[in-house]
Write a protein that binds this ligand. Sequence first.
Ligand SMILES: [Zn+2]
Length: 183
Amino acid sequence: MLETPKFPVLAWAENSTDRHMMQLALEQAERAGKRQEVPIGAVLVHEGRVLAQAGNAPIHSTDPTGHAEINAIRQACAQLNNYRLSGACLYVTLEPCIMCLGAILHARVGRVVTGAHDSRFNQSLKHTVSLVAHSPAWHACQFETGCMAEESKKLLTDFFAHKRTQQKAYRQSATPPNKQEPV
Ligand SMILES: [Zn+2]
């Protein structure tokens, strides 16, 4: 695995401020789940102030870029009236995908704290980050993984288990056309 000092991926260390911010992100994730979106939430903090809180919303926004991280970045940029968020910290309940990593680096977020590991679209965050390791334009960003990972993961596993139960019930309730009684 390619290591890069510009984008260190570290294990999160217990910290009550981070825990509080991740709790806000988890609330956003939960709200997203209630809207039938995959439950992922993000919070953006700039100079100690919560600038944005957002959930995953690609279905309702009919926008494949409507991931929680990008929604939070958009809200925060609008708040600051600035397309860069230098020195900001992003909290997200699941390790970001390659699209969101690009948005994070374009926005110049300086620190990212993540919850659950490995989304279905990625391998590990170290792998995702290694894809941009040799691009000289990016500013440094530190990643810390595993903040309230169990809580984040539980939201996701419960959501998908519920979906599977719903799909199974739907399949069982549908009458197959070839099961009609012969006349
Ligand atoms: Zn994403």
